[in-house]
Design a protein. Structure first.
Length: 148
């Protein structure tokens, strides 16, 4: 799975034993920000599309059940990422237009955002001035090189 500038696949910290699985995210370890808002997206109809806009905040999307294809457009390049495995979450910088489609019926996505909803703006087109310049950190997570 490939990504573009301003997006990265993050490793989930999974602990599994006979009791089940525990998936943990910790700020600045395998999550590149401190979440200010967390919400769940549940999709029962595989034919729907979600998103179609850029946000003024960063987001991390985690597939808890099922999966979806996430199209990414940073204004310079585009790609699609299938998010449906137990090992990765998807970090998306502010300014990148995302569109979610090709859902599996019963998909459940967890979304962590770097800003509260009331402080977030939505844009119909990519906002290249907001897209974080990133490089790989110790654990492969994005590291901000610009001050926003």
């Amino acid at each position: 799975m490939g990504t573009i500038k301003g997006a990265a696949l993050l490793e989930k910290n999974v602990h599994a034993d006979l009791r089940g699985r525990l998936v943990a995210f910790e700020a600045f370890d395998n999550l590149p920000f401190v979440p200010q808002r967390v919400f769940v997206l549940e999709v029962d109809d595989a034919r729907v599309s979600r998103g179609g806009h850029a946000n003024s905040c960063d987001e991390v999307i985690v597939a808890l059940r099922g999966g979806a294809t996430i199209a990414l457009d940073n204004g310079e390049e585009t790609t699609s990422v299938r998010l449906d495995d137990d090992h990765h979450a998807l970090w998306i910088s502010a300014g990148i237009v995302i569109r979610l489609d090709n859902f599996e019926a019963g998909t459940l996505l967890l979304v962590c955002a770097s800003e509260r909803y009331g402080r977030t703006r939505h844009f119909a087109t990519p906002q290249t001035q907001l897209v974080a310049r990133t490089r790989s950190g110790l654990h492969g997570e994005p590291i901000y090189e610009d001050a926003r």
